[in-house]
Design a protein around this ligand. Structure first.
Ligand code: APR
Ligand code: PHB
Length: 389
């Protein structure tokens, strides 16, 4: 089989890139390891920058997002005594859209057949080949048979654990990684949110986050030690701790309910440079990971594929190599600024095991300064809504 662009991975990055390339008339095939339901089953953040909502609108795929998503013009930081509201709309003129990543992926997945976007699911043992030349290909097995897909370019949208980044020789790239000394325990429950906006709380016991999926479905998180066992957190204990960490006002409006999903995820910051090697490009989690504190993971995948689709369109439309040559540097400039914001907000809002009393007072002083400074709030707001492409 032959195409112009082979995309590895049908998560949000792979599917969004596939749609953007199809909209440019470029032949593309997406090859995904899992079945569609498995891809949709991953619970992930749901705060969309206009970076992403604009792309969905441009593709004519934003209808359900606008119908079911919740526009937010602000969010809150809590320091155990008060809510510090960051009025992103007033400070930046922009909002964010609360709409689950699963729903974004579902919208992209459902629209693929009508847009001529071929997605091959349940493709096992995928391997990229000859990525340093101009005739790369991938091999995979499906239905017990070995398959080969030849392409001019391969786009690795296969996440942190996928094969694409590993196809780049160690000597040709540079890893940057920070693993945080704690994880997030998340719960999904069919209960109304405790606040109409998100609350990020820094409590002496640790971080907590009150988020949502809709007016009747909430998503909460608490920071837990890395070696924490989910069995140690029955629902009641988790609701008690959330009420304590989020503060009295949130607790007074909190509705408890049975967990539809409950899991612990580690936090890391990770970047691989460059995001291109020969005819292989990396986009999304295959190239970078952010701690979920800043809700940047999905939005960075969107900016990567916005840059990459533009670069590939220039190549196939005008045989202009400059876009693909400049993709990595352009994408990394935005990636590193999002890494910075996510790392800073994580440091501000979490209790680090090695932190002493002075460190705690620095966090509280930081939050007190933010509460009193429009300049400080504007800095946070412009990063939260997403820096320009
Ligand atoms: N062969 C084919 N597909 C693969 C392989 C493989 N060997 N390995 C991984 N994949 C697929 C995964 O099954 C997944 O569907 O690649 C896809 C990668 O999707 P994501 O991990 O969601 O990454 P991305 O599309 O970059 O989206 C980033 O997703 O994980 C969240 O927090 C992250 O919000 C961020 C967003
Ligand atoms: C979520 O709703 O899952 C969510 C929201 C904001 C974050 C992280 C996760 O920063």
């Amino acid at each position: 089989m032959k195409t112009q662009v082979a995309i590895v991975g049908a998560g949000p990055a792979g599917l969004l890139l596939g749609h953007l390339l199809r909209a440019e008339g470029i032949e593309v095939v997406v090859v995904e390891r899992a079945a569609p339901d498995y891809v949709l089953g991953r619970i992930r953040a749901g705060v969309l920058e206009t970076t992403l909502t604009d792309l969905l609108d441009r593709l004519g795929l934003g209808e359900r997002m606008h119908a079911e998503g919740i526009p937010h013009d602000g969010f809150n930081l809590a320091d155990g005594e008060r809510l510090i509201r960051i009025d992103v709309a007033a400070l930046t003129g922009r909002e964010v859209m609360v709409y689950g990543q699963t729903e974004v992926t579902r919208d992209l997945m459902d629209a693929a057949p009508s847009r001529g976007l071929e997605v091959i699911y349940e493709a096992a043992d995928l391997a990229p080949h000859d990525v340093e030349g101009d005739a790369p290909y991938i091999t995979y097995t499906k239905g017990g048979a070995q398959h080969r897909l030849d392409a001019r370019f391969i786009c690795g949208c296969d996440g942190y654990h996928g094969p694409s980044r590993k196809a780049i020789p160690a000597s040709a790239g540079q890893h940057y990684e920070k693993v945080y000394p704690f994880g997030w325990l998340g719960i999904l429950a069919d209960v109304p949110p405790c606040n109409h906006e998100l609350i990020y709380a820094n409590h002496a016991n640790g971080f907590a986050l009150a988020s949502m999926r809709s007016a009747t479905r909430s998503r909460y998180y608490i920071q837990v030690p890395l070696d924490e066992k989910i069995e140690e957190w029955p629902d009641d204990r988790l609701w008690d701790e959330l009420a304590l960490r989020l503060g009295p006002d949130a607790a007074a409006h909190m509705t408890r309910g049975n967990a539809l999903e409950k899991s612990i995820a580690p936090l890391r910051s990770f970047v691989f440079e460059p995001m291109r090697h020969g005819s292989l490009f990396l986009a999304g989690d295959s190239a970078h990971i952010v701690p979920p504190t800043g809700a940047k993971g999905l939005n960075l995948a969107a900016s990567d594929v916005a840059y990459l689709s533009e670069a590939l369109a220039r190549y196939f439309r005008s045989n202009d190599p400059d876009g693909v040559a400049g993709y990595s540097a352009r994408a990394l400039a935005r990636v590193w600024k999002a890494e910075r914001f996510s790392w800073q907000l994580t440091r501000l809002m979490h209790r680090f095991p090695e932190a002493d009393a002075f460190d705690r007072r620095m966090q509280l002083a930081d939050l007190d300064y933010i509460a009193s400074s429009v300049a400080a709030q504007t800095t946070i707001a412009e990063n939260y809504v997403g820096l320009p492409l």
